[in-house]
Design a protein around this ligand. Structure first.
Ligand code: 13P
Length: 252
């Protein structure tokens, strides 16, 4: 059975008080309502709040993730944060290759591969994002794009290393737009991604890799998406900023 995963990507939103009170309330409700969370739940606040978030979550089954790391572990890179640093405060997961990093910070496959290598060196689990733009989809290029994104990054890893990955399919046109991929579009792409893992690493790994969908997931569409055979959970943006919506998505 593949691991079911819900990741709350808070992007550049909550401040210290919002972050800590959300996580405390979230934990309280999960326990009070006895919400069965035998899925992996990962919350991804901004860098300054990772340490306190991790402390609040100590002793629970919930985890945190960083939203990015630099591609070197130390050095003269003013303003950057490394895997080496995050490891020292107990962070074990990182989101890499998010389309917002690709678009606004010009992260290309070669840099992403370096980030992957550094993350693996510090034993991080990596949530690696792939996905096409609306223009690419309208030209029916989505499969080529996703294949190239994986080929030039994740597929440089050994079969042992690749066990540390979750793949998130996030079509760019569905991120923050309210326009979700249809069940069919999402399932078809997830199946395709799994077939690429099969071709590269064989059945054992392709059967086990969790492939998450991201892009305007909400409390109403999550159940349908997650019921697809190749969709193993979600990477959630906007709806993860609302407690009740996030809880409903987890219960889906
Ligand atoms: P939205 O859920 O706001 O569309 O964001 C998706 C996303 O980018 C998660 O990483």
């Amino acid at each position: 059975m593949r691991q079911k995963v819900v990741i709350a990507n808070w992007k550049m939103n909550y401040d210290f008080h919002e972050t800590t009170s959300f996580i405390r309330n979230f934990l309280k409700i999960v326990f009070e309502r006895k919400i069965n969370h035998n899925k992996k739940i990962i919350i991804s606040p901004s860098f300054p709040f990772l340490h306190i978030s991790n402390q609040i979550l100590q002793g629970t089954t919930l985890n945190i993730a960083a939203q990015n790391i630099h591609h070197k572990d130390k050095g003269s890179y003013t303003g950057e944060v490394s895997a080496y640093m995050l490891k020292s405060i107990g962070v074990q997961n990182v989101i890499l290759g998010h389309s917002e990093r690709r678009e606004f910070f010009f992260e290309k496959e070669n840099i992403l591969l370096e980030k992957i290598k550094i993350a693996l060196k510090y034993n991080f689990n990596i949530i690696f994002c792939v996905g096409e733009s609306s223009l690419e989809r309208s030209n029916n290029k989505q499969f080529d794009i996703v294949k190239t994104q994986l080929k030039e990054t994740v597929f440089h890893c050994t079969s042992d290393e690749v066990k540390s990955f979750y793949i998130a399919y996030e079509p760019i046109w569905a991120i923050g737009t309210g326009e979700t991929a249809t069940i069919e579009q999402a399932q078809t792409m997830h199946e395709f991604i799994r077939s690429l893992f099969f071709d590269k690493y064989g059945k054992n790994i392709s059967d086990k890799v969790s492939i998450l969908y991201g892009g305007s997931i909400n409390d109403l569409n999550a159940k349908n998406l997650f019921s697809q055979k190749d969709i193993d959970g979600g990477l959630v943006g906007k709806s993860s900023l609302e407690l009740e919506k996030l809880l409903k998505i987890i219960q889906s």
